[in-house]
Design a protein around this ligand. Structure first.
Ligand SMILES: [Zn+2]
Ligand SMILES: [Zn+2]
Ligand SMILES: [Zn+2]
Ligand SMILES: [Zn+2]
Ligand SMILES: [Zn+2]
Ligand SMILES: [Zn+2]
Length: 206
């Protein structure tokens, strides 16, 4: 038999591995030269690797901790939003189950006790600029804030007025706090706040 590594004739003891034959001293990790005859080895494209290098070189990596994902549970999320310079343009990303959490508050999306799936048993998340956020943080951080109550405008109607955004129920007369009955309102000259016509006239007189 000849050796799959050095191609020379094997005169003495032969190692049979990966459907071929090797000198005992030639059956080594392709990366670090560790002898693999008596240890677990992994095959990649016809070459043997030690446990450590195989996972360092070829395993998926957790996007959070950057370590190879060996046998731990992990999830793969695939979202076009995940592409871009953070991820070499791909939309797929892997995380250890417990390393998949909100980029702001750190709440995990997956119940550590549930089996790993985002859609079933996992919490909803929103990807923003390449990072996952829980719904609450996403609304708090990335949604416009109402000029009236200062709270984020999560869903529903938005009124844009006075260069700001408002909840419809928050856009009301700054004097009587009633919503405007018509489309028109008056802007206080000194405070820049909106007033209905009646209150605006009262204010003018004061
Ligand atoms: Zn050899
Ligand atoms: Zn090695
Ligand atoms: Zn991790
Ligand atoms: Zn959060
Ligand atoms: Zn509001
Ligand atoms: Zn009013």
């Amino acid at each position: 038999a000849s050796c799959a590594n050095c191609r020379k004739w094997i005169g003495g003891r032969v190692v049979h591995a990966m459907d071929t034959t090797w000198h005992p001293s030639c059956f080594v990790c392709w990366h670090c030269d560790e002898h693999l005859e008596h240890v677990a080895f992994y095959e990649h494209e016809g070459k043997p690797y030690c446990h450590f290098d195989y996972h360092e070189l070829f395993s998926k990596r957790c996007f959070h901790c950057r370590t190879p994902i060996v046998d731990q549970r992990f999830i793969t999320i695939n979202d076009p939003e995940l592409g871009g310079e953070n991820n070499g343009g791909g939309g797929e990303r892997c995380y250890h189950d417990l390393h998949f959490f909100c980029a702001n508050c750190g709440d995990p999306f997956l119940d550590p006790k549930a089996s790993g799936s985002v859609r079933f048993g996992g919490r909803e998340f929103v990807v923003h600029k390449g990072y996952p956020y829980c719904e609450k943080c996403h609304v708090n951080l990335h949604k416009p804030r109402c000029k009236g109550c200062k709270k984020p405008i999560a869903t529903g109607d938005v009124i844009t007025a006075l260069k700001s955004k408002w909840h419809p129920e928050c856009f009301c007369c700054a004097f009587c706090n009633k919503p405007f009955e018509s489309e028109s309102f008056f802007i206080g000259k000194s405070d820049g706040k909106p007033y209905d016509e009646a209150c605006y006239r009262i204010k003018l007189r004061s």
